[in-house]
Design a protein around this ligand. Structure first.
Ligand SMILES: [Zn+2]
Length: 233
C-alpha cells in the first residue's frame, strides 16, 4: 500500500490495468497479492479487502493523522512566518510573494502530516495556520504601538493583548491602503486550502468477488468409480 494511490495527479503510478483482474488471475492493484472473497473498488482499480480498508481508513488513526497535520503544519507556519517577519523587519518591505509562500509551506506541511488525505478538516487547519502565521508577524509592531501609548504597561499584558489584536491587522490594513496585502493574504489562504483538497478517488466496497468460472470436472460414472476396499455390509 502506498500514499501515491491517493495522489490523483499521478494515476500513472498505479502500474496495473483492469486486465490483471480478468479471469482467475485476480490480483490486488495495490499489493499485487491475490484478491480473496471480497474486493474494494479504489477509483476503478480493484484491491484486496485489507488494502481497500487500509486505503479507506489509514494510514494510522484519524486522531494520529490530525496530530501529525497540526505538528507539521504548525512547524511550517512557524518557520515561514519567522522568515517573512525577518525579511520584513530587516528590509522594510512587505513582500507579498513570501506571504503566498507561507500559504504554500503550511499547505504542504498539513498535507504531509495528513498522509495526503485532504478534506475539510485539513483545509480548515491549513487556512487557520496560514492566517495565524501571517497575523502573528504583526505582534512586535502592535506591541511597539501600545508601549508608545502607555510606556508603563507591563510587557506581559501588552504582549497578550497585542497577540489578540494582531489577528485583526491583516483585515484592518485594507482601510489603511493595504488592499494589495489583503488580496495576497487571500491568495495565500486559497493555496493552503487548495493543497488540502480531498483527492477525488472514490473508494467503494467491499464487494463479493464474482466466482471464477469453475473448471467443469467430468462427473464420475458409477462404473468408473473406484471400488470400495471395504466389503459392503
Ligand atoms: Zn492488496
Amino acid at each position: 500500500m502506498s500514499d501515491e494511490v491517493f495522489d490523483a495527479s499521478s494515476p500513472a503510478e498505479l502500474a496495473f490495468s483492469h486486465a490483471d483482474i480478468a479471469g482467475d488471475t485476480r490480483t490486488c492493484g495495490s499489493c499485487q497479492s491475490s484478491i480473496g472473497a471480497r474486493y474494494f473498488d479504489v477509483g476503478g482499480i480493484h484491491t484486496c479487502e485489507p488494502c481497500g480498508i487500509a486505503l479507506r481508513d489509514g494510514p494510522g488513526t484519524a486522531a494520529a493523522r490530525a496530530m501529525r497535520a497540526i505538528f507539521f503544519g504548525g512547524l511550517a507556519a512557524t518557520l515561514s512566518g519567522l522568515l517573512w517577519y525577518g525579511i520584513r523587519a530587516s528590509t522594510g518591505y512587505e513582500l507579498g510573494l513570501i506571504a503566498i509562500g507561507v500559504g504554500f509551506a503550511v499547505g504542504f506541511g498539513v498535507r504531509f502530516g495528513a498522509h495526503q488525505r485532504g478534506g475539510w478538516f485539513y483545509q480548515a487547519l491549513a487556512i487557520g495556520l496560514t492566517y495565524s502565521a501571517i497575523a502573528l508577524t504583526y505582534v512586535p509592531e502592535v506591541m511597539d504601538m501600545m508601549m508608545a501609548e502607555d510606556p508603563g504597561a507591563p510587557a506581559f499584558v501588552v504582549g497578550m493583548i497585542a497577540t489578540v489584536l494582531s489577528f485583526a491587522v491583516p483585515v484592518l490594513q485594507v482601510f489603511d491602503g493595504g488592499v494589495m496585502g489583503f488580496i495576497i493574504l487571500l491568495i495565500a489562504l486559497y493555496e493552503a486550502w487548495k493543497i488540502n483538497k480531498r483527492p477525488e478517488i472514490e473508494i467503494q466496497g467491499p464487494f463479493a468477488t464474482p466466482a471464477a468460472v469453475p473448471f467443469a470436472a467430468p462427473a464420475l460414472q458409477p462404473e468408473l468409480a473406484p471400488a470400495s476396499p471395504f466389503p459392503t455390509p
